[in-house]
Design a protein around this ligand. Structure first.
Ligand code: SAH
Ligand code: SF4
Ligand code: F3S
Length: 466
């Protein structure tokens, strides 16, 4: 349960994980009871929630989207930024209130925040109404913790990363597009980032097990898989048997599943061979999320990203040249400790050069236990906000410019469902991961259709079915 320091964490990466078959030795315990599951954070957490949901369903709980109806509330939390803490504890306040009316309500907290020792301590000391705390390495303990929580509070968070589980069952969000975990954890230790501490060392899944999972999904009718990892390009490195991401991609492509995506790509491990495989197979989508973080070499070095602005640009150019029609999005952090105006202008420069299709932008948030959090920072919050606005304006300008190029063009869209904002519309994604809305025709949900783009906006496109 301790938050390890950098050196300890690095040493731990030398140990080998066990590959274990997940064992479903539990059955229905409740009748007519409901679960409410709320997920924060990244795709990894979204996918973990699909595992959590499966366990809740096996125990007999059915889903509700109304908190007040719940007999068990599970919050799957994220720790990437400081404000996540306040959001989650704010929400827990509502749960606490509900528990006063419903004393049998079970409240469970999982995810990356549970892996922070300070959070677990805070819960132990100040939040007695939380019945269960579980971490990212023992999600599969949840059924047992729920059963045992009837008698006693269950706080069980593992500090050493868990085994590599195979044959996990999921209750998936969609029957069209599926997440597929290819690896757990991260070994990169970017100096600002908490993920290596909350998710542990990198552990890759077995290649043939991943391919088997994709084949099964295809048989079930899934049209798309997204391979998930914090650094998909480093897939296999920890297996020490020559397995790599290029081999995995090629094998997944050969299953014939219609669309393959992957997130996230760290520029450091992105090889030319991987670019060639993406270019070669039509079912590997021409879309890459390639986090930049900063355009300043000085800041990149302080962040421990291990590439320079020039190296990023070289990779960007190779991807653009080799993969026809590729779209590239990125992540950028502004206001890293002591980021100067010159550093920030270097970031704007590279955005002007790359003209990204989209970018997730963040103000740097100090995370306890990370090396960057120890740097004394002399930049004010107001200045950081100003930089974020300026960056966002630039990023949005290029998103719109890129989207405008698609007006009156024909694109292929995988229709995923009915739009939440407008029930008369359906939504889907182009091969290049652009969100498209078209008129409702329920029979087309789950199909890849030809669409003519009629109007482009910064964050979505309107189209007509051809
Ligand atoms: N593994 C991925 C990123 C996962 S976290 C990668 O390296 O590309 C998603 C994004 O959150 C990061 O790319 C980064 O831009 C942002 N992020 C991570 N830690 C942060 C912090 N302490 N403050 C602000 N943004 C952060
Ligand atoms: Fe965090 Fe860096 Fe790992 Fe991404 S690569 S999860 S930013 S440590
Ligand atoms: Fe958040 Fe954990 Fe993902 S910290 S971004 S949920 S890996």
């Amino acid at each position: 349960m301790n938050l390890p320091n950098l050196e300890e964490a690095r040493k731990r990466t030398l140990k080998k994980s066990l590959i274990v078959k997940n064992n479903y030795d539990f059955k229905k315990i409740v009748k007519d009871q409901k679960y409410f599951l709320k997920t924060y954070g990244c795709q990894m957490n979204e996918h973990d929630s699909e595992e959590i949901r499966k366990y809740l369903e096996i125990l007999g709980y059915s889903k509700t989207t109304i908190l007040e109806e719940a007999d068990i509330v599970v919050l799957n939390t994220c720790a990437i930024r400081e404000n996540a803490h306040d959001k989650v504890f704010g929400y827990l306040g509502r749960c606490k209130h509900l528990k006063k009316e419903k004393p049998d309500l079970i409240i469970a907290l999982g995810g990356c925040m549970s892996q922070e020792e300070s959070v677990t301590q805070e819960i132990l000391n100040k939040h007695p109404y939380i019945d269960i705390v579980f971490g990212t390495h023992n999600i599969n303990d949840l059924p047992k913790l729920i059963i045992d929580s009837k008698n006693k509070r269950q706080i069980e968070v593992l500090s050493i990363e868990g085994n590599v589980y195979e044959d996990i069952l999921y209750s998936r969000d969609s029957n069209i597009t599926a997440w597929v975990n290819i690896m757990y954890g991260c070994d990169k230790f970017c100096t600002y980032c908490i993920v290596p501490y909350t998710r542990g060392k990198q552990r890759s899944r077995n290649l043939s097990k991943i391919v088997e999972e994709v084949k099964d999904l295809k048989k079930e009718g899934y049209k798309e898989v997204t391979l998930l990892g914090q650094n998909v390009n480093a897939y296999g490195v920890d297996l020490n048997d020559g397995t790599n991401f290029k081999m995995l991609l090629e094998n997944v492509a050969k299953t014939g599943i219609e669309r393959i995506r992957f997130v996230t790509s760290h520029p450091w491990d992105f090889t030319s061979e991987v670019i060639d495989v993406i270019a070669k197979y039509d079912n590997i989508m021409p879309y890459i999320h390639l986090p930049l973080q900063s355009g300043s070499d000085r800041i990149l070095r302080l962040m421990g990203r291990r590439y320079t602005k020039e190296e990023y640009l070289r990779l960007f150019k190779e991807i653009k040249e080799k993969i026809k029609g590729v779209s590239i999005t990125t992540d950028i952090i502004v206001g890293f400790p002591n980021e100067t105006i010159e550093d920030f202008n270097n970031t704007l420069d590279i955005v002007n050069t790359c003209k990204f299709d989209g970018a997730f932008t963040f103000i740097y948030s100090p995370r306890e236990g990370t090396p960057a959090s120890k740097i004394k920072d002399n930049i004010s919050k107001v200045e950081k906000e100003k930089r974020l606005y300026e960056l966002n304006d630039l990023v949005n300008k290029y998103s719109l410019e890129n989207n405008k190029k698609l007006e009156q063009k024909q694109v292929k869209v995988l229709i995923l469902g009915i739009s939440e904002k407008d029930n008369n519309k359906m939504y889907g994604y182009t091969e290049t991961m652009k969100l498209v809305n078209v008129k409702l025709n329920k029979e087309l949900i789950g199909h890849i259709i030809d669409v003519k783009i009629t109007c482009a906006k910064s964050f979505s496109l309107d189209g007509e079915i051809i």
